[in-house]
Design a protein around this ligand. Sequence first.
Ligand SMILES: CC(C)(COP(=O)(O)OP(=O)(O)OC[C@H]1O[C@@H](n2cnc3c(N)ncnc32)[C@H](O)[C@@H]1O)[C@@H](O)C(=O)NCCC(=O)NCCS
Ligand SMILES: Nc1ncnc2c1ncn2[C@@H]1O[C@H](COP(=O)(O)OP(=O)(O)OP(=O)(O)O)[C@@H](O)[C@H]1O
Length: 201
Amino acid sequence: MRIGLTGGIGSGKSTVAGFFREAGAALVDTDAISRQLTQAGGAAMGAIEQAFGAEFIAPDGALDRDRMRTLAFSDPLAKRRLEAILHPLISETAQRQAQQAQAPLVVMDVPLLVESGRWRARVARVLVVDCAVDTQIARVLQRPGWDRPRVDGAIAAQATRVARRAAADVVLVNDDLPLDALRKEVLSLAARWGCETIATP
Ligand SMILES: CC(C)(COP(=O)(O)OP(=O)(O)OC[C@H]1O[C@@H](n2cnc3c(N)ncnc32)[C@H](O)[C@@H]1O)[C@@H](O)C(=O)NCCC(=O)NCCS
Ligand SMILES: Nc1ncnc2c1ncn2[C@@H]1O[C@H](COP(=O)(O)OP(=O)(O)OP(=O)(O)O)[C@@H](O)[C@H]1O
């Protein structure tokens, strides 16, 4: 069974994905695919340099993520140009990884599942990790390279909580939830969706 895992920036998707992996699910992580495509020599780098110029390439040949983050989360047109390059490549790679996965449950971690029309038909269920915007902001501000305007820009560029929850088959509320309680909820979902949990939930 294939499920889509989504949520706003900093909601806790990667944390939830890690618990699914613990339960024996295979993970397809579109953020990780995007980072591979934009490493030095990555399949998207030629088109990115052509579209944005050499100043967006770091000295090691990878995408200059700090510079692109600043641009993409303040300039919607630039973000769309970047997505036009990356999304078809991310989509193709994610489909291939999902087809090759052997596990009974395949979890596709797609931050933009609700925003982009292409994912819903590919998954049997949509699991949304939801939390308050203030929680998202506090979590993302802990990361190096992020400041308040960038966090606000990223949140504004994503679906609203209401839209995301409307697209959900299951919502995991991840505000003030101890990690162990979150883990238990994920292990029981994994069991429901076909994983024999290896740990006692
Ligand atoms: C703008 C970039 C360079 C910022 O890089 P950075 O290392 O800071 O972030 P990272 O890639 O780890 O993403 C972190 C989070 O940002 C949010 N985010 C990323 N891309 C987007 C986007 N196009 N629109 C809205 N939010 C986004 C997601 O919540 C994601 O989980 C990078 O996110 C990027 O290349 N984005 C375009 C590709 C994309 O749309 N990826 C989403 C996977 S479908
Ligand atoms: N229930 C929780 N209790 C404590 N900390 C949490 C909880 N859930 C998530 N976090 C922390 O919040 C931060 C963001 O979580 P995570 O990286 O899983 O979010 P994400 O949705 O994958 O983010 P992004 O959209 O940027 O990829 C991490 O440092 C994580 O450890």
